[in-house]
Design a protein around this ligand. Sequence first.
Ligand code: DC
Length: 226
Amino acid sequence: MKKINIAIDGYSSCGKGTLAKQLAQKLNYVFIDSGAMYRAITYAIIESDISIEDSEKIESLLQNSHISFEYNPEQDYFSTLLNGVNIEKEIRTMEVSSRVSEVSKLESVRNFLVKQQQQIGLHKGVVMDGRDIGTVVFPDAELKIFMTARPEVRAQRRHHELLLRGDMQTSFDDVLSNLTERDSIDSSRAISPLKKADDAVVIDNSEMNKEQQLALAIDLVQKIIN
Ligand code: DC
């Protein structure tokens, strides 16, 4: 069967990752969470105490950063590894969430990560979620989805996720203000801002459950591969 690349972009916490994972599982494709890659670099910058203005140190940090993913079958999720070390929990903290958009503005970081993402997509059969996948990383993706949902719905989902991960400190309001701020920075940055590709299909999942959004996306895939 013909293999395609699927680009899923959209606002923070609107279920892009969930849909991407579901699709990858159903189609037996590779799933890549590009946001985790930006989070991994942000975490490395925080850990090394580097200023985001220090371009030389950031360049050398990038050259020494190897990001990979590992599937954890018991929990049915992918962990992000930085130089072989599992940093999945660390990259989901509010500290990383509050700094990741600033780091994602840096040209050196974007060039470094986009190159790796494009390499992964060369053989097709990839579902990648992010902000610039349909516009910059895979401009030729056969299927592009742009996801959105109401901010309150998104904050509720992310807050619930943090509680499940054992974070009892972060309030719903903290999550809501973090994600609206990230949306604003991500959409207005100079390089590769978050925006819908002209040929992307919009899915607003505010009132949809996971099964409904998957059914809708599978329908879109079938129309392309059949
Ligand atoms: O998908 P996420 O919320 O985990 O992504 C974290 C941040 O990474 C997001 O606020 C902006 C940045 N990002 C990006 O600039 N480009 C991407 N393709 C993916 C994420």
